[in-house]
Design a protein. Sequence first.
Length: 364
Amino acid sequence: MGEELKRTYVPFKDWKEKSKQTEYTEKTPLLAPDGTLLAKGWARKNVFQYNRDYVKKGIISRKEWDFYTIFDDEMQILVSFANINIGGYVAAKLVNLKTGEVICDSVQYFLGANKHVSHSIPDSPCRFKDKIGKTEFDFNTKENERTLWYKGAFKGKPVEVEAVMEIPQGLESITTVFPFDEDKTKYFMTTKQLCMPCGGKFKFGDYVYEFSKDKAFCSLDWGRVNTVHEMVWYWGSGSQYITDEKGEKHLFGFEITWAIGDESNATETCIFYDGKIHKFGAVDVEKFPKGRFLEPWKFISEDGRFNMTMEPTLDNHSDVDFKVGRMNCHQVYGNWHGNVILDDGTKIEIKDLFTFCEYVENRW
């Protein structure tokens, strides 16, 4: 690797003290009626009660999204809905992870803050079914499974996505709430649910890609935020089956996000093992990889419980300029190996895990 580059955030090595890792277990209002943030921390289930009418108004400060990522070792499927206060979109995208080719990118936009609103609950039974223009979609969450259905078009050809994902019994999710020091009404709340085996198909004209539960996993990124205009973040996650020394099969996953807001009350970092969260501290990359995204990424943690290296194979780069905002994203896929340590001290060796970590620069 080349010389160290200046980081756009304060790495954990320079923090005055470690994160408190404040865990919430009871239902808690997220916001006061005037928009002031009331909660700062994390939970194993989303217990933060969100009222979108309490969000302090800004042109595009309030953002809400339901973002599903499905992938195996060949393809990435994205099915998403977002409302950014002045409007939003629903979309379905298919990307070849071997070549980076975008095979299909179906998007339907809309205007207006309140015309299309997802009232979904990220990790409890709920349903969000809607139609925007000629595009229809149905996101349905039950006790033991989620189903996704999308019907739209791209380049004059019909697009249809059908997916069914298992919710393993006892599967936890991680919800974090990060404040921003400069404004008590700004915050970043997300729920991430991983480790959901997923099967289905993506149809684009005569092209059909089928994915199966033995190879493909789905993760949900559910966000309700009121952000500062400029920010960066890192986000990595992955799911796979692993076999222990006794030959027993386990469901493994990890979630790492950092550089967003004030992480003194919690970090979005955890291991999922057989559905249960094993919480650890702050993470970082040993060297800031900006401009060298296809070189190895070595991940470190403040407590030594997450030691992984990603050998990149693809930089799935996108740079979208909305004039009123911009998202420059390097979503880097590769093969991960290393070890993690569970709450009881058990060390788990990880190899041949194909997944991603992204670096994003935002003005939104």
